[in-house]
Ligand binder design. Structure first.
Ligand code: ATP
Ligand code: MG
Length: 466
């Protein structure tokens, strides 16, 4: 299948595109080589090309290779229709309604194959299916191929076009670089190579319109800026204040996915800075943003949690959206717990209710799927139990399925300067201790409070800073 020789630069074939709208960079003038691309992505590219289609690697895969990062995944753009892709691959599945594409699965790796998008979004409401040549129609359902909301947001985008059209529909110049093993050329349709050199995030087209079409592009701009260490160019930054509120119209389920991508790519703390700087935090997490203003120690806590997550990612340790959300909502949980306790609730009931309320409030902004909300509540509810265990409870707590997460959470709170009675450190030492040392540590737990008698319980500086 792979008919080209192993050395990309020997006997270079001519460019497959003769477009004048792209800067065409031949193989010997760019650093992308096939051995940096996953075998699965290459298989998909070659099968499409051998079936007579155009097929390019595009987006994050190319961008990340050019800046020296390891790509998270490889996305492919092709002139084959989704149904044609499905017919070519036994392991392909068509997904998405708003944006139909094919997922080709190889074990745990999924290669996303998208058909070239066409047509300016502005024209979307005027599109009549019957008026379109069949190649430019979406197939399979009775919905129009493209649709915009009243505010200009793209609700559906399934009209197909050429590679030039496709490039114009992409979000940032650095994401509109195309590479194909049919000629090993890099096609730069929007000046992305120069922007990579200048380390800047620039939208393709008018930023206000591009944000209006899809406000999630604001979050993507901040994510790529933090992840790559790039700056937003002046126009991309200037259009945010007037567009940010459109994020409120994005379905909460999509925002949940985006927030997870925003904060779990390895530069979560830097992204958090940008969310604060551009006033986005208060749109996505209004209660958290309000708490941070009221009690700045809570910002320290969230930053510590994000720095901890960034470190785990850099060490290839597992991370979960549950931990991230548990940290982001914790300031509001503590604030409400304090209020409920002051009104006479028991500390435990106050915590349970405050946790439930924090999640319920957040659902309206970025939904929290149940598999994570249960996890978060368990992690929160274990905090006082880890802070004040009796000797008899210690073993049972350690076998709790959420012990590890709750312990990590406690340590982050402690590192952020919140009053945990030093119990994060106690659990760290306890887990590392041998049997004799453990018995001694259990004996030293103060009866009644359970906290280690080796440390004095500090008085709370402020009720909210827990
Ligand atoms: P990563 O995979 O590292 O998160 P990526 O740029 O590959 O980054 P994807 O979500 O995988 O992001 O999207 C692949 C490509 O599809 C992008 O590079 C971009 O060209 C295009 N794209 C994705 N989302 C949008 C969007 N909301 N608007 C316009 N183009 C988009
Ligand atoms: Mg990608």
């Amino acid at each position: 299948m792979n008919s080209a020789s192993g050395n990309d630069s020997s006997a270079l074939p001519p460019p497959v595109l003769t477009t004048t709208s792209a800067r065409i960079v031949p193989r010997d003038q760019h650093p992308i080589s096939r051995n940096q691309i996953s075998d699965s992505a290459l298989k998909v590219l070659y099968r499409l090309i051998n079936a007579g289609h155009q097929a390019f690697l595009v987006g994050g895969g190319i961008r990340d290779l050019l800046v020296g990062l390891e790509p998270k995944d490889f996305d492919i753009a092709t002139d084959a229709l989704p149904e044609e892709v499905r017919a070519l691959f036994r392991n392909a599945r068509l997904i998405g309604r708003r944006f139909r594409l094919a997922h080709v699965r190889f074990g745990r790796e999924i290669i996303e194959v998208a058909t070239f998008r066409g047509m300016a979004a502005d024209d979307a409401p005027a599109i009549e299916r019957e008026d379109l040549p069949s190649r430019r129609r979406s197939t399979g359902d009775n919905e129009p191929a493209a649709a915009l909301s009243g505010s200009g947001m793209i609700l559906r985008d399934n009209v197909y076009g050429t590679v030039e059209d496709d490039a114009a529909r992409r979000d940032f110049t650095i994401n509109a670089l195309y590479y194909t093993p049919a000629d090993f050329c890099l096609y730069d349709f929007a000046g992305g190579l120069e922007d990579i050199e200048q380390r800047r995030i620039r939208l393709i087209g008018d930023p206000l319109q591009r944000y209006r079409e899809d406000p999630v592009r604001i979050l993507r701009a901040l994510r790529f800026a933090a992840k790559l260490g790039f700056e937003l160019d002046a126009a991309a930054a200037a259009a945010i204040p007037d567009s940010a509120e459109l994020l409120l119209d994005v379905p909460p389920a999509r925002l949940f996915d985006e927030v997870v991508k925003l904060l779990l790519h390895g530069q979560g703390e830097a992204t958090f800075d940008l969310l604060c700087r551009f006033g986005i935090l208060e749109l996505l997490f209004p209660s958290t943003a309000a708490e941070i203003i009221r009690d700045p120690t809570q910002e320290t806590f969230i930053r510590t949690a994000l720095a901890n997550t960034d470190r785990r990612i850099s060490e290839d340790l597992p991370v979960t959206p549950g931990f991230l959300y548990a940290a982001l909502l914790w300031p509001t949980v503590v604030a409400e717990q304090t209020t409920l306790e002051a009104a006479g609730e028991s500390p435990r009931d106050a915590l349970v209710q405050a946790g439930g309320d924090a999640i319920a409030r957040q659902q309206a902004h970025t939904s929290v799927p149940r598999r994570f909300s249960t996890w978060m509540r368990e992690t929160w509810e274990l905090q006082p139990r880890l802070e004040s265990p009796t000797p008899r409870q210690v073993e049972r707590l350690m076998s709790h399925p959420r012990f590890r997460a709750a312990y990590d959470f406690l340590v982050v709170r402690e590192r952020a300067g919140h009053d945990t009675g030093g119990m994060g450190d106690w659990w760290t030492r306890f887990q590392a201790a041998d049997e004799d040392a453990r018995q001694a540590m259990l004996g030293a737990l103060r009866p009644g409070t359970g906290r280690s008698s080796g440390r004095k319980r500090r008085r709370r500086r402020k009720p909210a800073a827990s």
